[in-house]
Design a protein around this ligand. Structure first.
Ligand SMILES: *Cc1c(COP(=O)(O)O)cnc(C)c1O
Length: 395
């Protein structure tokens, strides 16, 4: 489709990236092949020298992968995108493509656990250090600047605290010191937050979450604002090897068609669920960007076009209350991950973070009664009834 970038987001979701085929396929087929034949030796030579466009080997380039990458680049308003085997492969490739030994990163302290571990424990072995700060506090970001700061890495809203960071201010700080601003946009998706319009240079997503949206794929993507960055990123990803495969690309591309519908319905449900939780006597507090009680409610209006479907709340009864809710709730799956059409619930203190000492949990802001839910597209009254019945079991 010509000029797809001029169309509305719903049209982009359905049509962006699709390739014309000789057979007239309506959907880009799955090119489930590891390698591509050359016509003759000279053709192979021209492809390898880059004198001619074409496909060589699927780790380097594949039509099904390319179609999905184009779709996500168009949805984010970026120049190019690179599909990765997981969100973490995207995060790692981003750092490897842009940073050298001796460089320094400023990162949101409230970020995805594996990202924090990669930055704190793995990257320092390659000479790249990170200062974790509360990126919702602009003064704290400025204070963390070092002469070798080359990247500010922001995740907003942050996980699991739902703390939000002002992307326009952060990218302006990055620009002023000659550093790049990278944003993990997983929680919002391109439907609700557009980091490039706020000055970011790079966006990453765990496509495992909203972009695929059906809890049947692990995948990630890097989106570039500037086409000039593309050859270096492509080479780095090709050499690190964390590329996505054609079948998963196909599934993600299929999921993208309903991205807007899913995200809006999940959000509509989440607003009602958050309101129910906010008025429940067994709940201490609810953290959801759509509630006026969110400490940064003003930032929602400034940089987001919606409030998403991730909700955190604190049960009054601590760990025991959390276990009772987990063991008595219907519909909601007890599982990590988020962003799918099915609602999920998680109690970090008794599940994902049960192995940590109470002190370490406190340090990580994992309170005993903290529960996180990802709201799906089920009937919202059914979801509220399920939560209500589960909460009733807590004495
Ligand atoms: C899940 C997630 C990741 C990691 O993605 P994977 O696909 O699991 O590797 C990174 N950032 C955020 C915000 C996530 O939710």
């Amino acid at each position: 489709m010509k000029n797809i970038r001029n169309y509305g987001v719903e049209t982009k979701c359905v049509h962006a990236g699709l390739k014309e085929t000789a057979e007239g396929a309506v959907v880009t087929p799955i090119y489930q092949t590891s390698t591509f034949k050359f016509n003759d030796a000279d053709h192979g030579a021209r492809l390898f020298k880059g004198e001619e466009e074409g496909y060589i080997y699927t780790r380097m380039r594949n039509p099904t992968v390319e179609a999905m990458e184009d779709a996500v680049a168009i949805l984010e308003g970026g120049a190019k995108a690179l599909g990765c085997a997981s969100g973490m492969a995207a995060v790692h490739t981003l750092f490897a493509a842009t940073l050298d030994a001796g460089d320094h990163i400023i990162s949101s302290e409230s970020c995805y656990g594996a990202t924090a571990t990669l930055l704190a424990n793995v990257m320092p072995r390659f000479g790249i250090t990170t200062t974790f700060v509360d990126t919702s506090d602009i003064e704290a970001v400025k204070k963390a600047i070092q002469p070798n700061t080359k990247m500010i890495y922001a995740e907003t809203p942050g996980n699991p605290t739902m703390v939000m960071s002002d992307l326009a201010e952060i990218s302006a700080i990055a620009k002023s010191i000659g550093a790049k601003c990278a944003v993990d946009n997983t929680f919002m998706s391109p439907i609700l937050q557009k980091p490039f319009e706020l000055g970011a240079d790079y966006i990453i997503h765990s496509m495992t979450k909203y972009l695929n949206g059906h809890a049947d794929v692990v995948a990630g993507i890097i989106v570039l604002k500037d086409e000039k960055d593309y050859p270096n990123f492509r080479k780095t990803l090709n050499h690190l090897g964390g590329t996505i495969d054609p079948f998963n690309s196909f599934l993600v591309h299929r999921g993208l068609k309903t991205l807007k519908l899913r995200v809006m319905q999940q959000q509509e449900n989440a607003v009602k669920v958050a309101d129910f939780l906010n008025n429940h006597h067994k709940i201490e507090w609810v953290r959801y960007p759509g509630l006026p009680s969110h400490p940064q409610y003003n930032l929602v209006k400034k940089q987001m076009s919606g409030t998403g479907s991730m909700i955190a709340f604190e049960l009054k009864g601590g760990i025991e209350a959390g276990k009772i809710l987990m063991n008595n709730i219907e519909i909601f799956g007890l599982a990590v991950s988020l962003g799918g059409v099915e609602s999920l619930i998680q109690h970090p203190a008794s599940m994902t973070h049960a192995g940590m000492s109470p002190e370490a949990r406190k340090q990580a802001q994992i309170t005993d009664g903290l529960v996180r839910i990802s709201v799906g597209i089920e009937n919202v009254d059914d979801l509220i009834t399920a939560l209500s019945n589960g909460l009733d079991k807590i004495k």
